[in-house]
Design a binder for this molecule. Structure first.
Ligand code: SAM
Length: 431
């Protein structure tokens, strides 16, 4: 089965993973089941926007909006619908059919959406980190990446997509011989996690791209099969998200001294490594061991990605702020005063809304009210919904965004005296 992560096709399919977009930052992964067509017993996805039987989600063009036939009628459900409508921009909100106030969107899975919706069994590597890591590891179609530990499989999915070579060569035995298939060799020491990731990868159609091994890599290294006599993955890149990565480095050498028959690294290319550790002490131990083992170009990076929330605030904290910035109150009394005034404004706004009056804020931040059927020039020049209020932004605090320190290094391609001699003979002018 082609993986929906690598080749999603145009529509949602039975037994394939789909992502249901409930709200911003709220995605629900669902494997759609077509085995039961009986409406009284078929599987149903229950959301706060209403129930969605699997038959209503199957064979939909990716990106479709799907209305619930039975939107929520209780207070909590209505509140959720209102919040969701507020989240959408004005154009989208206009598209919502009046009869379908309970709706969701359906999307194909991607490593990014899987990362934000997967069942967490461990801490995971998030998109800003793994996109940078894969770039620095030179991950590309056809290369082999060693990963330990697999954890919840967040990095695994992104790595699988990065190394995947395409389906065409797999279907043609001739080209199969010539193509070097990209592979992720993933190691996990926790038995249940290793089993779970195996099941998930099979369900996502990635079992041919990712080879999962249940292993303690500190003691048993990275060969496939038997730890001593097994096959070399011939890795071009390594990603270690382990509590003590320095303990695994002794196995990542050109000439194994750990009793293994072969090195797990590709002898014909340099090897790029990244370790992912939350504390500076771990970084120091890792760097020290990397140096001892001959790794070069060692550097450390912290990806300091910060999400900036930008939104329009019709009733923000006062109107005195510079456009685009929020002025915070200087005392508790000032804050309470501002909140009271905001509440008064909100009450007034709701009252006007009930009376069929369209409340607005002019560019100076002053309140003005326009009758909906008003045909005056002022009403015609009315500020559109998406321009009302003030544009404000808030950044996430620093603490929330620190994930880990990334240590990068390169192990050069091995180079023998014999190779050097041959090279001199062939290109004497270059020596
Ligand atoms: N990178 C993963 C992701 O993106 O979902 C998360 C990895 S999690 C933070 C660390 C994992 O390393 C845990 O699942 C743990 O069981 C595994 N681990 C710890 N020590 C290990 C060892 N010696 N060998 C293999 N895996 C190990």
């Amino acid at each position: 089965m082609p993986s929906p992560f690598l080749n999603p096709g145009a529509r949602s399919t039975a037994n394939g993973l789909s992502l249901l977009h409930l709200r911003r930052d709220n995605l629900l992964p669902v494997v759609l089941d077509a085995s039961d067509a009986d409406p009284s017993t078929e599987k149903i996805v229950t959301t706060r926007f209403g129930p969605f039987p699997h038959s209503t989600l199957l064979n939909k063009t990716w990106g479709s909006q799907i209305a619930s036939s039975n939107p929520p009628s209780n207070k909590r459900g209505k509140k959720a619908l209102k919040r969701k409508a507020d989240d959408l921009d004005s154009t989208e909100a206009d598209d919502v059919p009046a009869s379908a106030s309970g709706f969701i969107h359906i999307f194909p899975p991607t490593p990014e959406s899987w990362t934000s919706s997967l069942p967490h069994r461990t801490q995971v590597v998030y998109t800003p980190d793994y996109s940078y890591v894969l770039h620095r590891l030179r991950a590309r179609p056809g290369c082999t990446i060693i990963e330990a530990g697999a954890g919840s499989g967040s990095f695994t999915h992104a790595a699988a997509r990065a190394v995947f070579n395409g389906y065409s060569s797999a279907s043609s035995p001739k080209s199969k011989k010539r193509t070097r298939f990209g592979k992720v060799c993933s190691f996990e020491f926790h038995a249940q996690r290793a089993q779970k990731i195996r099941e998930e990868l099979a369900q996502h159609g990635l079992e041919d791209v990712v080879h999962t091994t249940h292993r303690d890599v500190y003691s048993d290294g990275f060969l496939l099969g038997d730890p001593k006599t097994g096959k070399s993955p011939r890795a071009n890149a390594v990603f270690l998200d382990l509590p003590a990565p320095w303990l695994a480095l002794k196995h990542l050498v050109r000439n194994p001294a750990d009793g293994a028959a072969v090195s797990p690294l590709d002898p014909s290319s340099p090897v790029f490594i990244c370790t992912f550790s939350p504390c500076m002490e771990q970084v120091q131990k890792t760097i020290s061991t990397l140096r001892q083992l001959g790794w070069l170009s060692i550097s450390m990076v912290e990806v300091n990605q910060r999400r900036i929330d930008v939104r329009r605030e019709l009733y923000g904290l006062g109107n005195e702020g510079v456009r685009g910035a929020v002025q915070f109150p200087k005392s508790v009394d000032e804050a309470i005063g501002k909140l009271r005034s905001e509440e008064d404004k909100m009450r007034e706004y709701r009252k006007l809304q009930k009376e069929g009056v369209n409340s607005n804020t002019d560019t100076n931040g002053n309140e003005r009210a326009v009758k909906e059927d008003d045909n005056t020039d002022e009403a015609k020049n009315e500020v559109p919904v998406y321009q009302r209020g003030r544009l404000i932004h808030r950044t996430e605090p620093d603490l929330k965004t620190h994930t880990s320190y990334l240590v990068f290094a390169v192990l050069p391609r091995p180079w023998s005296e014999e190779e050097e001699r041959r090279c001199r003979e062939r290109w004497p002018s270059r020596s």
